[in-house]
Each structure stands twice: as structure tokens, then as C-alpha cells.
Design a protein around this ligand. Structure first.
Ligand code: PLP
Length: 309
């Protein structure tokens, strides 16, 4: 649920996912945890753990920390030695987590879930096997109620990566983390924008900043109310496509902060106030724009009205 449910709305996402059987939820920070009101009976853990300034929040918010470092373990021992916590073990990513040789520091803690996180699950990389082996070794040494290794891409590496629970993010929101998932994951987020103005671009004239589109002939254009301030990134300039009434409307020239110009020769009826749907199937939109699927989702701005179906 971190980053506002990957940009879509964390509270709404929690409700949907609970209904379909998700039991455990994760956020990055205590502020994100508080936004979800876990006191209503949500099983929630905070991935960044307890930093020097987090003790008060940890007291007030009904979530478990995922302890990441010797410092955090000391802090937790002083604050709540008997209260259940999660622990992150670093098995080779060198991001967050205890090194396996520091596992002796965990003696006596009540560990709810022992985690590690895969660095390269979206590719066929030798580190995947190495991390799996290291996690098995550490799981044999450290007692916890449950063990967890796989993110979305890790789920697709096979059953041996699943342990007791998996932690998908991207795939829940329509991302395709590995090619094996193609055809099994549906688009979740759809982007719509509205036509602000329709105009004719005379042959030989240009569209948009830096005049990167030149009309070879008279061209019908619709200017829509979306731009890079909304997370429709400049990588879509002259490459993105929108659709309305079955017609493809190509992006003409640069994406601006708040506006995008579409070619609409094929749609004479498209008028100010009409809605268009931007192509935002994540795998292809990532390829088109040069952004990652993660950036496309988490970049979605605050001006959208987020409508849940
Ligand atoms: C973000 C995150 C995930 C989810 O990763 P996806 O690639 O989006 O499935 C899982 N575990 C941890 C520790 C994370 O930080």
C-alpha cells in the first residue's frame, strides 16, 4: 500500500483487496500507516521500521515495524521488547535489512514475519537463486511465525519462492512484472482526460513547445487536460496514443505540464468537453514512455478524480 497504493488510493485499494482475501498489508512509513487507520483491525507493517523519530508514532499507530538494522533492534528492545515485530534480512540486495551474520541480535524478540527482498526477480539473474538459498539458511536459524520473500516478480519465479506469504505490489495494480505474467494480469488503472479545445492546424504549422510536430497537411487537433504534472510524462511526446469512439488519437508533439495535443482527423465529432482514454496498459506504456511501470503508477497526480469500479 506504499506510495498511496502505488498512486491509486491506498484506502480504496485496501478495501478492494480485503474483499478478495488479502490479509496482510505493508506501507513504507508510519505516516502512511496512520492514513490507513489500522486500529480498525488491519494487519499492517511498516517497511522502514523504527527510526530515531518514530517511537511516538509506533506507540500510537497499530502496526508492526519491520526492523532493518542493529540500531532499530536496540530501539525496539527498549521500547517494546515483547511486542511482535517483523524483521528484514538482507540476502544480497544491500538495501534495507540485517546481514545474516547479525541474526544473533534477534535472540528473544517475538518475530511475527521474517522477510527478505529480491533484487532481480524481474530478470533471470543468478542472484535470485543465491538470495533464495541464503533466505532458506536464515529461516532455519531464526524462529518466526511466518517467512516471506517474494514480491510480484518473485511470485513468478516458482512455488519455492513463496514461503508463507508473498508481498505483491505492482501486479495487484495491473503491472506485468515478468513476461510469464502476460495475458494473466489485467489493466487496473485507466486514464481519462477531457478535450479543452479543438482546432485545425494548417499545413506547414507546428504544435506545442519547441515545435517538434509539423503538420504536413491541414490537421485536426484536440487539446486535452492532462500533462506531466499529472504523471503523463514527457516520454509520451509524439508517441502516446489516446482513444475515443474506437478511433486512435496520436499525441502530436510535446506533452506540456497540463495539456496534450492529439490528432483527431478520424473523429470529426470529437468536441470540447468530450472524454478520451489514454493508452495506459502498463507494460506497453512503459515501453512507449521510457518510464518504469512503477513510475507510471506512482506518478499519477493529485488532480485526477479517482473513480473506483
Ligand atoms: C515495494 C515492495 C514490495 C512489492 O514489490 P512489487 O515489485 O511492487 O511487487 C515487496 N516487498 C518490499 C519489501 C517492498 O519494498
Amino acid at each position: 500500500m506504499k506510495a498511496n497504493g502505488y498512486g491509486l488510493g491506498a484506502n480504496e485499494a485496501v478495501e478492494c483487496l480485503r474483499e478478495v482475501g488479502c490479509r496482510d498489508f505493508f506501507v513504507s512509513t508510519w505516516w502512511e500507516a496512520a492514513q490507513l487507520h489500522p486500529e480498525r483491525g488491519l494487519d499492517l507493517a511498516v517497511l522502514h521500521g523504527v527510526g530515531p523519530a518514530d517511537i511516538e508514532a509506533a506507540r500510537q499507530v497499530a502496526a508492526r515495524p519491520v526492523l532493518n538494522s542493529p540500531d532499530q533492534i536496540l530501539r525496539w528492545r527498549e521500547f517494546a521488547p515483547l511486542q511482535p515485530c517483523d524483521v528484514m534480512i538482507d540476502t544480497g540486495m544491500n538495501r534495507l535489512g540485517l546481514r545474516p551474520e547479525e541474526a544473533n541480535l534477534l535472540e528473544g524478540l517475538s518475530i511475527h514475519t521474517l522477510h527478505s527482498h529480491l533484487a532481480c526477480a524481474d530478470e533471470d539473474h543468478p542472484l535470485n537463486d543465491i538470495q533464495l538459498r541464503r533466505f532458506r539458511e536464515i529461516a532455519a536459524l531464526v524462529t518466526a511465525r511466518r517467512y516471506s520473500l517474494a514480491n510480484s516478480a518473485g511470485i513468478l519465479l516458482g512455488r519455492q519462492y513463496a514461503f508463507d506469504l508473498v508481498r505483491p505490489g505492482l501486479a495487484l495494480y495491473g503491472g506485468v512484472p515478468r513476461p510469464e505474467a502476460r495475458g494473466h494480469i489485467q489493466q487496473v488503472a485507466r486514464l481519462e482526460a477531457q478535450v479543452v479545445q479543438r482546432r485545425r492546424v494548417p499545413a506547414g504549422e507546428y504544435c506545442g513547445y519547441n515545435a517538434t510536430f509539423r503538420a504536413e497537411q491541414d490537421t485536426e487537433a484536440a487539446v486535452i487536460n492532462i500533462g506531466y504534472a499529472d504523471g503523463y510524462w514527457r516520454g509520451f511526446s509524439s508517441k502516446g496514443v489516446a482513444k475515443a469512439n474506437g478511433a486512435n488519437l496520436p499525441v502530436l508533439g510535446r506533452v506540456s505540464m497540463d495539456l496534450v495535443t492529439l490528432g483527431c482527423d478520424d473523429l470529426p465529432e470529437l468536441a470540447a468537453g468530450d472524454w478520451v482514454t489514454l493508452d495506459f496498459e502498463l507494460e506497453s506504456a512503459a515501453r512507449t514512455s521510457g518510464e518504469s511501470q512503477y513510475e507510471l503508477l506512482t506518478g499519477l497526480g493529485s488532480r485526477f478524480e479517482r473513480v473506483w469500479h
